[in-house]
Design a protein around this ligand. Sequence first.
Ligand code: TXA
Ligand code: MG
Length: 339
Amino acid sequence: MKKKNREANNSNHRMKTIIGTDLELARQLLEAGELVAIPTETVYGLAANALNPDAVVKVFAAKDRPSFNPLIVHVASWQDVPQYVLDIPDDFHRLAERFTPGAITFLLPKNNRIPDLVTAGSPKVAVRIPAHPLAQALLRKLPFLLAAPSANPFGYASPTTARHVLDGLGGRIPYILDGGPCQVGLESTIVDIAEGEFIIRRKGGVAVEDIAAVLGGPVFVRVGADEHPVAPGQLKRHYATRTPLFVGDLQELAGRSAGREICVIAFGNNAEGLQPKCLLQLSGQGSLAEAARNLFAVLRQADHCEASVILAGWVPEEGLGTAINDRLRRAAHDPLPLP
Ligand code: TXA
Ligand code: MG
């Protein structure tokens, strides 16, 4: 019975997935309303023509993503933005000058060129200008913007290599544009303005402190974990590993896991003295940027190590560390401390 279901699922999705660097093929597929996974400096995105609702529907289907979860749109430059929005607050220009192209996404009031499906009915559209040279080159070839969520099945770790995309979406999409490993490794930081206040809706590749420094005023962080979040990528359980993951004080967690086969995700020297089945390092020298770059690949490796539990320590809660801890928290199994 199980086998039958699997075959039925496969027949719904099965197509040949090619990994390559052919920009022209990627352009043609996107023009034809097909999906292409694209590299960005944050994570790989699963791209479709954002102005074509039939193409956008395929994104939700390929990811098994609920359609109430809106998509980020990608453009080549800040100059492309006004044709799709009603207004750009002056302070966003200052942030864009400093951080784009890059790992930041702006929530802007959309005009009616952007289909409601893209924003899941919200009056605001999330706009990002990726820095990756292949993403830039592709966007410059296209007469439309690209809706692109992270190119992973819903709820699992975001992909930071073409191979990760293939592992998750192979057979469901025709083409993966290979731009090498992502240099930032965490999704973009999402910024919003509501009632005159700056609000971070998702912590990510640009540190909140750096945004606050440019704005020179207060920045609020509201990254809810409830059932109806403003940015649903903030769902409490996200980026999940299949093997249970626990986050806390590593030494203490390891002490309580005696007798089990453990996989440890270390940062700097916080795993000193432990002898796990499998030891994965986010950054041996304690660099948060390096840890961000490695995080999702390490979560995937941890799943492959076939331990009975995965243990990770918190990284310092500053700069990119707050976004890394956010992803660890969402990947962790309840209840934290160990049963
Ligand atoms: O770095 C990134 O942002 C990557 C790359 C591919 O650009 N994209 C990405 O997309 O992480 P995704 O779909 O996995 O996460 C997008 C997040 C979700 O939490 C979604 O709910 C939120 O952005 N979002 C998108 N459009 C929104 C909107 N109009 N209002 C509020 N939140 C929005
Ligand atoms: Mg995602």
